[in-house]
Structures are given as C-alpha cells and as structure tokens.
Write a protein that binds this ligand. Structure first.
Ligand SMILES: [Zn+2]
Length: 317
C-alpha cells in the first residue's frame, strides 16, 4: 500500500504539507483561505529575519545592499511576503534563493523577482520547475512554471554568496527531502535553512521520494547541518520556531535508528504491512508525532521501508 495524504487537512502541520503541493490546484485554493494567514516576523539577529506563515517559511537578510530572500511561498502569499519585507527594509529584493521545488517555496517567484532580483537554486530545481512534476506522495501534478519564475543562476554541489557582510553558504545534499534541496547557511547570523530536511515544529521529517528524496539522504543532510552547528545555531524548518542543535541531533539519531530497524525487518523478509505492524517507531512517536501531523509513526515506517527497498514511486497520475 502506498502512502497517501488525507484529503482534508485539519491542523497546522498537515495544512502546511498540503499547501506545499496542492497550492497549484484550484480545489485546494478553494479550501485554503490565504487571506486569513498572517506572516509572523521573527528577528534572528545580524539582519536575518524569519517570515513564518505555517507553510514553506521564508528567511530574509536585509542590509545596505538590499534584500536577500530565501523562498517565496505560494503565489497567493506573495503580497504578504512583500509587505512583511517592507516592514523591516525599504530596499529592493536583490537575490532570491529557492531551497527546493515544492510550491510553497517557489510559488511567488515571478511576482517577487519582478523588480530585477536574480533567483538562485540547485540545477535540478530549475529543471523540475521548467518541466512541471507529478508528486506521487500527494497525488498532485504541478504544471511547468513560466520562464519569469525560473532560477537565473544554478549550481550543482555548493556555492557561496557574499551579501552585505554576510557569508551565505549553499550546500546541496543529494536525494534528501527532494533531489534539489539547498541548505542555506548564514554564517555570521548562525542560522541554517534546512530546506525541509527537518520536521516542522519538531515533528517527524518528511522526504518526498517522488521528488527524488530518500531516508539515507535525509540522514546525510541532517549530519551535514550538525557539522555546521553549535549550541547557538537556529535551524529553520518549513514551519514553527527554529530548531536547536539538540533537536537536530535527536532527529538525525532517530532516523539512523529507524533506518537500522526497518532494514532489519526487510532483511527478515517482512512485507511493508508486516513492517508497519512491527511498530518500529513505537518509542519515537510520543516525541515526533504531533496531533494532526500527517507523518505518523506508521507513515514514517512506510516511507522508510519504501526508501530502503528502493520502491519506485509513480511518475504519472
Ligand atoms: Zn518541501
């Protein structure tokens, strides 16, 4: 049985996940009243602000050079992102970084790049946006993006941007949350945008295998962020308050243990349903499942099983 998302989302975490891919669908737009969502701006210091809206949260770096924006949210939220930026800076958006090709991270690209901003992303992100994609985990088709929304600068492994005295380091962890993630590290401010490789609000992290994500890649991505973190680092997920190094380490260790447990079940010849019945996440669920979170312990087991077994997700509806 394949993992599928509940049709109706009732709580923050679930809603955010649905936004991230269903925002292109008229049906979802009818279900989601974006006019009711507010941007919560949090000053993370050294010119870096978190713009949270319970979806693909954005970061901005503001200074004399202008504004650097990480992720543009869904299209209907673009004006609110613009207004939130205007409240902390009267400078234009100069650079946009898209962390990955889920729609809540690039949806307002065209509107927010209009003033002449360059858009930076991983090579695979541009390709996925240009071609359009089918996300089996959400049974959702995302149409090709218009040329004005596409990244203008792409990279393959790593890239460094020097902006207003800050060193912004971009790292691509292969096959993690997707196949096109960028971890964005603001070195001076000691902030990392995790590109969906940690769970929002401290929940189980999600990897989208139909976008080339994998359990093994998530472990590598979280280990990479750990290597860049100290006890003051703030790690930004899709939503919620930034995570600490303790939460990040606990998440990485949980994934490593889960991977070993599910691999053992696979090695014993268990089917996916039998692996779920064995409840390998039992002692993790109290910490990592939040009420209404679409990534439950059983979902996590299925994702892990399919990823470790190399089950190929559908590529068409
Ligand atoms: Zn995502």
């Amino acid at each position: 049985m394949k993992f599928s998302l509940p049709a109706v989302a009732a709580t923050r975490v679930c809603v955010a996940a649905v936004f991230s891919v269903l925002s292109c669908s008229p049906a979802a737009a009818q279900r989601t009243d974006y006019s009711k969502l507010e941007i919560k701006t949090t000053d993370l210091g050294r010119g870096v602000y978190l713009l949270g809206w319970q979806g693909g949260d954005s970061l901005i770096l503001v200074g004399d050079d202008g504004v650097l924006l990480v992720d543009t949210s869904v299209a209907p939220m673009g004006d609110k992102i613009k207004a939130a930026i205007a409240r902390v800076s009267d400078k234009p958006i100069k650079l946009i970084i898209n962390t990955h090709a889920h729609a809540d991270h690039f949806g307002a690209n065209e509107a927010l790049a209009k003033g002449g901003a360059s858009i930076i992303a991983h090579d695979n992100l541009r390709e996925r946006m240009a071609k359009g994609q089918y996300l089996a985990a959400f049974n959702q088709t995302i149409p090709p993006s218009p040329p004005a929304a596409l990244p203008t600068l792409t990279y393959s492994d790593a890239m460094t941007v020097y902006f207003d005295g800050e060193t912004v380091q971009l790292f691509h962890p292969p096959g993690a949350h997707t196949d096109n993630d960028t971890l964005v590290r603001f070195k001076r401010a000691n902030v990392i945008h995790a590109s969906g490789t940690i769970g929002g609000d401290g929940g189980y992290p999600f990897f989208d295998m139909s976008s080339g994500g994998s359990l093994a890649g998530m472990i590598v991505a979280e280990s990479k962020m750990l290597s860049l973190s100290d006890d003051k680092t703030r790690i930004v997920a899709d939503e919620g308050d930034p995570a600490s190094i303790e939460t990040l380490k606990a998440s990485r260790d949980m994934l490593v243990t889960l991977s070993a447990r599910v691999q053992k079940l696979i090695d014993e010849g268990r089917s996916e349903d039998e692996a779920v019945a064995a409840k390998p996440t039992k002692d993790f669920d109290a910490r990592w499942v939040h009420q209404g979170n679409f990534v439950t312990g059983d979902t996590m087991t299925r994702l892990a099983y399919q990823s470790l077994k190399g089950v190929k997700p559908r590529t068409t509806p």
